[in-house]
Each structure stands twice: as structure tokens, then as C-alpha cells.
Design a protein around this ligand. Sequence first.
Ligand SMILES: *Cc1c(COP(=O)(O)O)cnc(C)c1O
Length: 354
Amino acid sequence: MEIKITKNPNPSPKTPADKLGFGKVFTDHMFIMEYDHDNGWHDARIVPFGNLSVHPASTVFHYGAEIFEGLKAYRTPSGAIQLFRPLENIRRMNNSAERMCLPQLDEEFALKALETLVSLEKDWVPSEPNTSLYLRPFMFGNDAFLGVHTVNNCTFLIIASPVGSYYKEGLNPVSIMIETEDVRAVRGGTGYAKCGGNYGASFRAGKKAEEKGYSQVLWLDGVERKYIEEVGAMNVMFKVGDEIVTPALTGSILPGITRKSCIELLRDRGYKVSERLFSVDELREACASGALKEAWGCGTAAVVSPIGHLVIGDEIFTINNNEIGAVTQELYDTLTGIQWGRLEDKYGWIYPVK
Ligand SMILES: *Cc1c(COP(=O)(O)O)cnc(C)c1O
């Protein structure tokens, strides 16, 4: 399938890197294509960035048929542009689509769409330290029909947003609230899918955490409310003694690409990494005995985020004296080094954009 390109006749001026923030500024173009059962995906095009016209009965507004992805284009010291494991995002989107009865993407074509858009917008990839072009592919059910039914019509887009440095004041540990009332996902639900509804349902706990001065929520499993699952938009890892522990992918946890990359890097460097259940009780014991050495979150936006405090009710667990630990720092330096092209990529994770 060809991608028809219509250039934006009124390109926007570029925002200075220190004013970018996250997800507020958008580039001049977007990728869009439509799907219906009879014709499959069709009308792939890149058009000037702008509002969509969507039928008020569209499935997405009423029944939440929506999935998304998030990845970044990075500018290397030599000025080249590269993506980090983009096929992983496309494959995960297909897994999310399967869960939501949305259509599959052709992997190669989706990669071509990403690459064509990034290549057209290459002047929008900022070059200041720790900045990038955030890419947001998303797909939604778009039938003009209020019946509760799987969708026949679907729309897929990719929009792009230059983003500033996540850590303006350096890599400082965050305080996180363990949520004991609301749950994010249950096994059999949509926790492993990157779908919009998972986020909509998480806002209430997020708001409560924010009001109490915490930066994020740590979710527990939805059945026993005992086992640690993940943080807002990040997976979570702990160093307990010499073991690195991260919650196993039981179906209610989003399989992060940063998580996967951390596990592969750590194992390659000889660390013992266990994907298993990890309860709040075990956390409490490890904290009391001094075995809990480090904790961090990992996801595309922050890469690696050290955790200094975990709070549940009146109980506060302080980790590594609220300082960034050696493994956390090593992971951050290695991953960001590979992503921004400062370190050699011996894993084949980098996808150069022509
Ligand atoms: C996207 C996401 C992550 C992190 O995934 P990455 O692929 O590493 O960016 C973790 N948890 C949730 C709930 C997410 O939506």
C-alpha cells in the first residue's frame, strides 16, 4: 500500500526545547488510514495535522474501543535519527487489538508508516540532551452505530509530539503511593492491553495520590490486593539482596518494552532476574531486614525512575536512603546511552530512520 503525502502549507514554528514539556506540542503532519471488513486497511495517507471529524455515535465514544502505543525517535550525536525496538510496539499493538476485537496491522507496513512520518518530520526531532520526538500510534472503533457489537470500521493514526527532558532537576527518587482501594486491572480483563479505558479507570487513584503529594500510584493485584503489579505508566523492579525482582506478567500487567530491555540487559550483565509474584508483605520484610536495596520504575517516558519512598496507609518504606542506587543508575545510563546513540547497540535494538 502506498502512503499518499499531502504537505502542510502552513508549517508551525518550532517550540524551544525548554518549553516543550510532554505531549503539548504537535508536528505539522499526521498519518491516518481507515479499515473496514470488506476492504481491509485502505487510504493510507500523511496529511496536515488537524482535528478529526468523527460521527457522534462512533464506537470509541460509547464503548471505549481504543488502543494506543508510545515510542520515541531519538537524535544521535551525529544528527541521525533512530527508533528503539519499534517492532515490539507494533507487535504489542496487535496483541492489544486482538483483545479489543480491533483489526491487526501488517507489521512491515506499520513500520513503514512510522518511518515515513518521522522522516518527513525529521526537523521536529529535537537535539538538546534527553529530548526526543514522542510517537503516538492509536486505533479506534469508528462505526456510526450505537449497537453494542464488535466494530466493522476502524481508524488508525500516528501523531508526533516533540518532548522535553523528563528530568529537569536530575534523576531524583520519587515517592509513590500504594493504592489499596481502586484496582487497575484483573486477570482476564484488559490489563495487558494498552487500551485507553485502563487509564480512564486509573485517574481517581492518581488524583488521590497527587493530592497527597505523591508522584504516582503503585497498583496491587485486583483479586487478593496483596501482590505488587506496576506503577501508573511504568513497570516496577526491586533489588532484594542480589536478586532483581519484577512482577511476573500474569495478564493484568502491561508488558513494557523498557521492562523487557532492562531484564535482557541485567541478565546479560550476570544479574539474577526473577519474574515472580512479589507481595507487600515481602516488601515489608525485605525493608525491615535491610535486604531491600533499590526500587525503580521503567517505561518509555521516564526510561528508569528511582523510587525513594513507597507509602501504604501510614506506613512508609524508605529505599536506599532516598538515593538513586547503583543498578538503577547503570540501567538508566545504558538504556539512554543506546537510545540516544552514545553507546554501541550490541543487542540490535536500534532502528535507524532514513
Ligand atoms: C506503556 C505502559 C508501560 C510501559 O511500557 P513501555 O513499553 O516500557 O513504555 C507500563 N505500564 C503501563 C500501564 C503502560 O501503559
